[in-house]
Design a protein around this ligand. Sequence first.
Ligand code: S3P
Length: 425
Amino acid sequence: MNQKFDYIEKVNGNLELPGDKSISHRAVMFSSMSKGESKIYNLSSGEDVKSTRKCFESLGVVFKDEADCLRVNGCGFKGFKAPEVSLDAGNSGTTARLISGVLCAQNFSARITGDESLSARPMERVITPLKLMGANIESNNGKLPLLINPSDQLKAIEYQLSVASAQVKSSILLAGIHLDDYTSVIEKEITRDHTERMLGLKVTRENEKKIISVSMGNYPEPKEYFIPSDISTASFFIVLALFKASPSIRIKNLSLNPTRTGMIAILKQMGAQIEIENMTNYMNEPAGDVVVRKSYLKNVKIDESIIPNIIDEIPVLAVAGLFAEGEFRISGASELRKKESDRIRSIINNLILTGIDVEEYHDGFAFEGKIKPMSFVFQSFNDHRIAMAFAVLSSLNQQGGEVSNFDCVSISNPEFLNQLSSIKS
Ligand code: S3P
């Protein structure tokens, strides 16, 4: 369904957002792996995390929704049961790639499927290292469905990532956590580090490289997980508030893990008035309140080394860039083409509707100029982050706009429209 957005004159007040999606996936997985009862507070309400939950339910994990938390009765080391159905990862790359690592070490076969978008996304990036570990995996030419069979040859490896991907890193670590010997993943470009923080893994640095090591000793125990709110979900409201806050919006208890705050750093360089208050820590994950005031923004050079840190925020950063002074340019971001949609194409297809000239590169895009004074009908491309980014653009446009298939936002944030209404004034 097309969702209409009227021009928003002012936003203010407080926002409390659901738990971070990446941390939520991991909390569901690690509590499922541990033996006995865990509780998860402020879990993401998105469909992606529900997909992870459903996969582990099929592996024998029992979940119970309580008023304030999710209770998880995990199966323990190699305690999962053979699933009677395919494990459906839905739209979620994190589910498919991380669970692949876990499944390599089990003594039963399991099949992983996904929706049309996920079935078109590359899986060889996890298949290659997992096969190097001795895993027995069949795939559809490097794509889903995957059939993961038991292997009695699983062995620890040292592996340098060839794509900057926290999903690939985590998949290898979750296979390695079943082995006596240490498996090490070497990163040249730093990606989000929730897996290593939440499992308490050993991290060393050698020159520019980061080495993360795991063994059976790191296998998770049951515990209480407190999940800070999702900075990627917040990014849409932050950009809106930078142009329309009066006097300010405060987003509470936001995850401020330094591997995820690149967007705030770039916006601040652009001139954004963003303050962090009430800093705290949830399970080794920094968090705090983010206060955003109306600001005058100028585009700045975005260094390619920061791309893995801002990969999910680029669609809305481009919207900020559109209303900022000067040229907006992103390069070194070819990974955007492998997300829920080809986000370089999705962003460009929508931006050209506004009448501006956009240059396309294999790894990014650039544009400058003023949008036409009219209402636009944007496409979501069934991609939650594209839908929300262009909802923000529509709300900043004097003539408003529409976004097609807006329901896809439920992948990460089913409450987006209610949250938006709550800060409108
Ligand atoms: C995620 C890692 C990122 C990100 C995705 C979630 C994770 O993907 O885009 O939304 O939870 O590990 P890559 O690591 O493949 O870049």
